[in-house]
Ligand binder design. Structure first.
Ligand SMILES: [Zn+2]
Ligand SMILES: [Zn+2]
Length: 743
């Protein structure tokens, strides 16, 4: 953390500790994008403190609000409205309030907008509804049919059941159950609305750890016992057993009666993770992500706030949950871009997880096989402890990585467009030996571009600057930015010719087509996020592969992580050159991370693996580092490159994206912003220029980029700058501090 970031945190704390005077007046923050807390009166005799939940009138409505601090004081008592404390509710924990202030200040968002993310479970503060269920009553009717006897036999166990539940268990109609209720043979009882969370058992299935793992686990257990902030990078190749190690820290936190937050980059990964957790701790942890029902969210939220949910596994938004006693934060796959929230308040969940751990005074563990350069530099410079797991758990052999120069490997077979001769040979050997292979291409659909051979017409999205991607199985062309879809047309909309449309470049569907041509007898499946809908369905082809029901899995990055396939010995990367956009400082790092991760899938059991990287740039630094298994060499080179360019983490970046429906207005505001940039030492402002997606979901977008030295207070600079330009309501100027991609 940088010095001025400490200052932000201290300001937030100072504010929090200012005593709220006994005039029964307080600053109350509403979950709305207002500038800050507003003064309200509180009913006499209320002892207000930070985090107390209230119902606050605003205009004709009432809003949930939180006592935030001392009143501002400029508005007279008689003009203040009264906020009523919510009865029987725990307070929002003070550490969460501090965290909200911190995130707001850092990301330049109104604190109320961040509070809204922390109060996102609708109805969580309403009194819990009770359910009526039935147990055996005191009277027994004189006449008993067989059906009635069955019901009473079922009720003998004393468990409370609903009418349909009782009917089902006794295999009778609900009318029989209702008859018994009327006769008094079953009596009503009240149950809480939500089932309780059981505590995971830290001793359920403790693993045998190798020496590397034991050492790392001991350091993490000690950190949890310390009950103080510390940051750790758990750094180990795929299969080195990182999860087992941080599970030991989770076990320690459970023994200390503390709660644990585990952040995962994607919901798709949670399904398998939950099972793994249950195998270690006896039960599943609580989940928090956008796929949960409203009711389930309410249940988890309340349980987290009351300290009853012990371990929560979640996506980015779980960072804002009101933990009563958080004792450990874990960020798995910490290098993943998915941790960056790009809509609404823009923040990086990994960085904010470190901040949350600081405000909670507990350790944070970042785990990855290919850490972000930021975390790698923090670890090698000693700011984070660096826990390296060198050996592969159970086996010693890393896969052999071979670079295939596709410019040289021209072969005589005209049907071979995407599978080079060396890759086809390797596939033949692997399948012949009864082993499995994975073909990786990070492109969904059949072809990334469709164009007309006759007139050159390209199919583009009307709402975004992007091409429409052909999905041949669905017979549709789709925009991967906004979801716009059309049926694949029979004639060209440009020249009205029939049958002139051709697919350019490969997507996974097209690779699968070519694979099927060369290997007609092999069993294969495609795994990519658009053939699959929910996290459960994602698992279909992947499970089939794990069970050896198929020989070859062809997929996008969805197959790159989190899975264990003991019979997988060959990985073919169809296009290793598919990196990020030019000029993106993180493009090389990302390409390396993804390819390294995919390569790590090969040869995880006793059998050595082979990885073939098809490329047009065999001498590229990324390809060489992969072929030589020189991960740290790559990081060192990347570190020097970034340091020279004063790029993060050796300098600071921020972007302002100006967007709106009226292109002229957007460009004008962007131009005014560009002119208004205050000159300052060690700060450069670039732009405005059209953003990478100059059109996105119907919005015209212009971008300004700020590059600053490491010691610069970026937030103060941006605040002063933005205050100079009046931005109309029809235009949005979104601030992205520490942007990770330039879209
Ligand atoms: Zn679109
Ligand atoms: Zn045409």
């Amino acid at each position: 953390m940088l010095p001025h970031e400490d200052a932000i945190l201290n300001r937030a704390r100072l504010f929090a500790e200012t005593p709220i005077p006994a005039v029964e007046r307080a600053g109350i923050l509403l979950p709305l994008p207002l500038t800050g807390p507003y003064d309200y009166k509180l009913p006499r005799g209320i002892n207000a403190s930070r985090g107390m939940l209230v119902a606050a009138p605003i205009g004709p409505r009432e809003s949930l609000g939180v006592v935030w601090g001392a009143p501002e004081g400029s508005v007279g008592d008689n003009r203040l409205k009264i906020a009523e404390p919510l009865e029987g509710q725990p307070h929002l924990p003070a550490a969460l309030c501090d965290f909200i202030d911190w995130v707001a200040a850092y990301t330049l968002n109104p604190p109320g907008a961040i509070l809204a993310m922390a109060l996102r479970s609708r109805g969580a503060f309403e009194p819990e509804a009770r359910r009526i269920a039935y147990v055996k009553g005191d009277t027994v009717p004189k006449r008993l049919s067989d059906a009635r006897k069955r019901v009473l036999a079922v009720a003998e166990d004393g468990l409370a059941r609903s009418v349909p539940g009782m009917a089902e268990d006794a295999n009778v109609s609900p009318a029989v159950v209702r008859g018994l209720i009327q006769a008094g043979a079953l009596k009503p009882t009240e149950l809480p609305e939500f089932a309780a969370f059981r505590a995971p058992d830290p001793g359920f299935a403790a693993p045998d750890l190798n020496p590397d793992q034991s050492r790392a686990a001991q350091i993490l257990r000690d950190a949890v016992k310390d009950k103080a902030f510390s940051a750790h990078l758990l750094d180990g190749v795929t299969g080195s057993g990182k999860t087992e190690v941080y599970f030991e820290a989770v076990a320690e936190a459970l023994r200390q009666q503390k709660q644990v937050l585990i952040l995962l980059p994607e919901i798709a990964l949670t399904v398998q993770f939950l099972e793994r957790f249950a195998a270690r701790f006896g039960i599943r942890p609580a989940e928090w992500h956008s796929d949960l029902s409203q009711k389930e969210r309410r249940r988890v939220y309340r349980a987290v706030m009351r300290g009853e949910a012990h371990v929560v596994v979640g996506a980015r938004s779980s960072l804002f949950l009101p933990f009563a006693a958080l004792g450990l934060v874990i960020v798995d796959e910490e290098h993943e871009q998915a941790f960056k929230q790009q809509d609404g308040a823009i923040y990086h969940a990994r960085d904010m997880a470190v901040v949350r751990a600081r405000t909670e005074n507990c350790p944070v563990v970042l785990a990855s096989a290919t850490p972000s350069l930021e975390s790698f530099v923090n670890a090698t410079s000693g700011r984070y402890s660096h826990l390296k797991l060198a050996s592969r758990h159970g086996i010693a052999v890393l896969p052999e990585v071979r670079v295939v120069d596709v410019r040289r490997e021209k072969d005589g077979d005209d049907n071979a467009k995407w599978l080079s001769a060396p890759l086809r040979q390797a596939l033949e050997q692997t399948l012949g030996a009864g082993e499995q292979a994975l073909l990786f291409l990070n492109r969904r659909g059949y072809a990334p571009l469709t164009l007309c051979q006759a007139c050159g017409h390209k199919f583009t999205c009307p709402h975004c600057s992007s091409w429409l991607v052909e999905h041949r199985y669905k017979r549709r062309l789709a925009c991967h930015q906004c979801g716009y879809e059309i049926e694949a047309p029979a004639e060209c909309p440009g020249c009205k010719e029939q049958n002139t449309l051709i697919a350019c470049g490969p997507g996974v569907e097209r690779v699968a087509e070519e694979f099927a041509h060369f290997f007609p007898n092999a069993r294969y499946a495609i795994a990519s996020s658009d053939t699959l809908h929910g996290p459960a369905e994602t698992q279909g082809p992947i499970r089939a592969f794990a069970k050896r029901e198929i020989d070859v899995l062809i997929g996008t990055q969805i197959i790159a992580k989190g899975h264990h396939f003991p019979q997988l010995t060959l990985v073919g990367v169809i296009d290793a050159d598919l990196g990020g956009a030019d000029g993106d400082i993180r493009a090389r790092e990302r390409t390396f991370q993804l390819l390294h991760q995919v390569s790590g899938r090969a040869g995880r059991a006793e059998k050595p693996g082979l990885v073939l990287l098809q490329t047009r740039n065999p001498n590229d630094a990324v390809m060489r580092a992969l072929a030589d298994s020189d991960r740290d060499g790559f990081y060192e080179q990347e570190r020097i490159y970034r340091e020279r360019a004063a790029a993060p983490p050796f300098g600071r970046l921020a972007a302002i994206v100006v967007s709106g429906h009226d292109g002229d207005q957007v460009r004008e505001i962007a131009r005014q912003l560009g002119k208004a940039a205050p000159p300052a030492k060690d700060i450069k402002v670039w732009g405005p220029t059209p953003a990478f997606y100059a059109l996105l979901r119907g919005q015209i977008r212009e971008r300004l980029l700020v590059q600053a030295g490491k010691g610069v207070d970026m937030q103060a600079y941006l605040r002063a700058w933005l205050a100079k330009v009046k931005i109309p309501a029809s235009v949005r100027a979104a601030v992205d501090v520490d942007p990770i991609s330039f879209f």
